[in-house]
Design a protein around this ligand. Structure first.
Ligand SMILES: *[C@@H]1O[C@H](CO)[C@@H](O)[C@H](O)[C@H]1NC(C)=O
Ligand SMILES: *[C@@H]1O[C@H](CO)[C@@H](O)[C@H](O)[C@H]1NC(C)=O
Ligand SMILES: *[C@@H]1O[C@H](CO)[C@@H](O)[C@H](O)[C@H]1NC(C)=O
Ligand SMILES: *[C@@H]1O[C@H](CO)[C@@H](O)[C@H](O)[C@H]1NC(C)=O
Length: 309
């Protein structure tokens, strides 16, 4: 009898503790962090978890503050980068460096040869890929430019290999950064092979197959004033200052300088001349992988544009 009472009392006590624990309001950031780990398949070593959580909390506070500010023209959000410090983000993803001696020009860039209120949007003709934890933006920018050129001008669907450029194009440095224009010249000279025959590994490897059957006939630099007219024809490889891009969610972005450090694609512009950008940070980033950049030379977008011909 006494024993039964004891067990009953203990059970009541334990379930009361459980009730109290379950009823405790879980703070918002804990829930968001838990969801973040599930969404992006993050698993940390036990000692790392507290460190990543602290960074996540700081970034999450900045996200809330930014989105509460009515003067902002764009919103930010939680994505795969929210557990990284700005320095970590920059060292992995902002790997593009302009050619030696190159300087951005500061003069105002007026677009020539386009009708007022003109617009073009190639988003439905291109696919957003994911460069993963590798500074291969230059390869994604070049491959994207070739795929879009063949799709829009010839109606051909190609899914080409970024990894081939990462491993084989010795004018660039694989996951440590490189040059879209040189990658396009590589494809002009050596051809590009398919994604399925040379799959993406997001790391530097020995070159397996240096050539491919998909070629382009040339590579063309686009004048700063001619970017809109060029995009009207088909998407272009461009380089930008992406220093503040990590949390971008949607809206028109202009929070940048011209310290060019990332390669992407320009895939359209709206009736106000804002650029539509395709990135290589998966569809979880930005507007399904895309971004709007304010009209003009925002983030240096007109400075190092190049296309396949
Ligand atoms: C051009 O677009 C702007 C808004 O972007 C609008 O206010 C203006 O009326 C348009 N002009 C013409 C000629 O369509
Ligand atoms: C084409 O490939 C060869 C062999 O890998 C290489 O030496 C050459 O530099 C490549 N061409 C270009 C234009 O990158
Ligand atoms: C490209 O091909 C690879 C390998 O076949 C595939 O995993 C990937 O989904 C394809 N990408 C696109 C954007 O179609
Ligand atoms: C990034 O954004 C901050 C304000 O949020 C701004 O002060 C800074 O200049 C921006 N950095 C670059 C490199 O543009």
């Amino acid at each position: 009898m006494q024993k039964t009472l004891l067990v009953a009392g203990l059970t009541l006590l334990l379930s009361t503790i459980g009730y109290i624990q379950n009823q405790q309001p879980v703070d918002e950031v804990s829930m968001v962090f838990k969801q973040f780990k599930i969404s992006y398949s993050k698993s940390y070593a036990y000692v790392e978890e507290a460190y990543r959580r602290a960074i996540f909390e700081q970034n999450f506070a900045k996200i809330l503050a930014h989105n509460a500010d009515p003067t902002q023209t764009y919103t930010v959000g939680v994505n795969q980068f929210t557990d990284l410090t700005q320095d970590e983000f920059a060292s992995i993803y902002l790997t593009y460096t302009p050619p030696e001696g190159w300087q951005p020009s500061d003069e105002e860039v007026v677009q020539e040869g386009v009708q007022p209120n003109d617009s073009v949007d190639w988003r439905s003709q291109v696919r957003v890929k994911d460069q993963g934890t590798c500074g291969s933006c230059w390869a994604f920018s070049a491959i994207g430019a070739v795929e879009a050129f063949l799709k829009v001008t010839k109606g051909e669907n190609h899914n080409l290999s970024e990894q081939q450029l990462v491993d084989c194009d010795k004018a660039s440095s694989g996951c440590n950064g490189g040059y879209p224009d040189k990658a396009l010249k590589y494809i002009q000279a050596n051809g590009s092979t398919t994604e399925s025959s040379y799959p993406y590994a997001a790391k530097n490897q020995a070159c397996k197959t240096a050539t491919g059957t998909t070629k382009i006939s040339g590579v063309q630099n686009i004048a700063k004033t001619g970017l809109q007219a060029a995009i009207k024809q088909y998407p272009i490889s461009v380089c930008v200052d992406a220093s503040n891009w990590s949390g971008y969610k949607q809206g028109i972005f202009s929070n940048c300088n011209k310290n060019i450090n990332h390669a992407v694609m320009a895939v359209g512009y709206d009736a106000s001349g804002n650029w539509i950008i395709k990135n290589s940070w998966a569809t979880s980033w930005g507007q399904n992988g895309f971004m709007f950049l304010q009209a003009g030379d925002t983030c240096g977008v007109t400075q190092l544009a190049v296309r396949a011909i």
